[in-house]
Design a protein around this ligand. Structure first.
Ligand SMILES: [Cu+2]
Length: 387
């Protein structure tokens, strides 16, 4: 359907616009009134087992059946982590992970969150020690209501609270802790953020309206840190999350991060965790930054389709080289790999990628196509070759 004749295009646009949401370009899909009006009381309840980023829970890419209530559990843990050699940060981490895990739901589903300030150690990722001292909460950018749920979810250590909200918008959306005042940035830049994937019920579509299906999905959560440092570049250690707060806020006021990492820790996605793909596979690349802009780029590849601001009811852009993540926002892109090799997916503020660590590697196998790229001649002395 990529090569539409003008006549067919007119017909297609005419047919779609009759039932469209009013965009007038024939791409938008009208919400189904039966889905939108589906009652919470009639919704089936399902549990979702979350996994540690950069991976996503197993999920369908197209909804079958009516909206559901998806039960998830976040346990907030204050924990000290060595984010770079000799550099320690007391994080606040959803399920012990920075960034937090990615729940996956469909538009018009309900999300039913149990938010725990502390841990039962049943679902935390990793085995880090910590005892919570501060109040926490959660603001879902995907939700509708005061403070994104922040007002309804503020809980003291040792407490848990439930938040039910409906996912009325499709896209990849930031969530973060927002306990009020200066605590908002402090909790966000110590790791209290993540993102949720809200898929359109009909699945992703390209700019022509064709289905887009992915073979793998990776989440690149970018974290800026503001760590008080010793002269040798190591950090002082603090007794707990609260003891770190005043000195860290002094560094935060300068607005210059001391460390920037994908997946919370230097080397996480270049050394510790190996991301793979095969030639011919389509990979969904999800990116969030809760506190700063970022500029994703896949070295040697492209964004075949990039949904503006990571929101799926916007017609995606085709064939981009780099794209935008706004502060407190996301990006979503797909790329079908065509050549083997090691691809760096990074923030194309290259200082943030290479002097800091805003980068990941994707190891791609499956062959090389000379038609796309080859040496026309190997390296040789200047002027020593033939014509
Ligand atoms: Cu918090």
């Amino acid at each position: 359907m990529k090569r539409l004749t003008p006549l067919f295009l007119l017909t297609f646009v005419g047919a779609c616009s009759a039932g469209s949401a009013g965009s007038g370009d024939g791409w938008a899909v009208a919400p189904d009134p039966a889905i939108v009006g589906f009652q919470l009381a009639d919704a089936q309840s399902v549990d979702q087992e979350l996994v540690a980023p950069p991976f996503l829970p197993e999920h369908a890419q197209v909804a079958s059946g009516p909206p559901r209530v998806v039960n998830i559990r976040f346990e907030i843990i204050e924990q000290e982590v060595e984010i770079a050699p000799g550099v320690f940060v007391w994080q606040m981490a959803f399920n012990g992970s920075v960034p937090g895990p990615v729940p996956v739901v469909f538009q018009w589903d309900w999300v039913n969150l149990t938010l725990v300030n502390g841990t039962t150690d049943t679902i935390r990722f990793g085995q880090r020690e910590g005892t919570n001292l501060q109040a926490h909460n959660i603001d879902f950018h995907a939700s509708t209501g005061a403070l994104g749920g922040g007002g309804l979810t503020l809980v003291a250590p040792g407490q848990e609270v439930g938040l039910l909200w409906r996912a009325t918008k499709a896209g990849f959306f930031v969530y973060h802790c927002a306990p009020g005042g200066q605590m908002v940035p402090y909790h966000v830049v110590t790791g209290g953020n993540g993102a949720i994937l809200v898929l359109p019920r009909e699945g992703l579509r390209d700019g022509y309206g064709n289905p887009v299906r992915y073979d793998r999905a990776y989440y690149f959560g970018e974290q800026d840190y503001y760590v008080p440092l010793n002269e040798d570049g190591t950090s002082p250690r603090y007794a707990n999350y609260t003891a770190q707060q005043t000195p860290m806020m002094q560094v935060m006021r300068g607005l210059v991060p001391t460390h920037i990492a994908f997946n919370g820790v230097y080397g996480a996605l270049t050394e510790d965790i190996r991301l793979e793909a095969e030639v011919g596979e389509t990979v969904l690349m999800l990116h969030s930054q809760a506190n700063n802009p970022s500029f994703p780029h896949l070295i040697g590849g492209h964004g075949d389709w990039v949904w503006p601001y990571g929101k799926f009811n916007n017609r995606p852009d085709e064939g981009l080289e780099s794209w935008d993540v706004v502060a407190g926002g996301t990006a979503a892109a797909v790329y079908r790999f065509e050549q083997e090799g090691v691809y760096a997916y990074l923030n194309h503020n290259l200082i943030k990628a290479f002097l800091f660590d805003a980068k990941a590697f994707i190891h791609v196998t499956g062959g090389w196509n000379d038609e796309l790229m080859t040496n026309s001649f190997e390296a040789r002395g200047i002027g020593t070759g033939g014509p």
